[in-house]
Design a protein around this ligand. Sequence first.
Ligand SMILES: Cc1cc2nc3c(=O)[nH]c(=O)nc-3n(C[C@H](O)[C@H](O)[C@H](O)COP(=O)(O)O)c2cc1C
Length: 190
Amino acid sequence: MNQTTRHKLFEPFTFAKGVALRNRVVMAPMTTWAGNADGTVSDEELAYYRSRVNGVGLVITGCAHVLPNGMGFTHEFAAFDDTFISSLRRLAEAAKSGGAPAVLQIFHAGNKAVPGLVPGGDVVSASAITTDAGPFSPAVTPRMLVHDVVLPHVTLLPAASPRMLLVTSLMSRWTACRRHVCVGSYMVPP
Ligand SMILES: Cc1cc2nc3c(=O)[nH]c(=O)nc-3n(C[C@H](O)[C@H](O)[C@H](O)COP(=O)(O)O)c2cc1C
């Protein structure tokens, strides 16, 4: 690259909905396995975000499960209940402490949920097909979600967004990720 040329990576970018980034460097979502046992964000994680968000244009947090049985990693922070709002508010403060907007990544681990971490070991997915063991979860035969069970899931997943938007209204520019599932390579739809 020509030393005198400003690389596009460092140019501002504005999303269609108006969220403006100062540059195009994005902190990728990275689960830390460091949340508290009760699903809240730990001080260790807050320090992790504060130390890494300076200079980037956008921050995407590690994934937060939107249903108790959507937990895919040990010590993963949660977003399935309003009791987590203060925890998520602390996360938002840390994620945005570098001056960039932040996205909370919400997800449901589906058949990659860890049986020992979900209530009753009740791992659910789109179909009852036995999985191969993965790096973070054993082989399981999940319970298939049928229409009347899927509906609450579909409504509950976006329900986490207003929870984030509540945080938004208090803090501004916290952007809720409305994707239903984590886009990481090791996640599949529930
Ligand atoms: C420790 C670790 C944790 C990760 N956690 C998540 C996550 O929570 N959500 C997600 O979508 N991707 C997650 N990823 C995937 C990364 O965001 C990224 O997409 C992946 O590492 C590919 O980028 P790379 O080729 O630069 O490593 C994680 C990756 C690592 C290494």
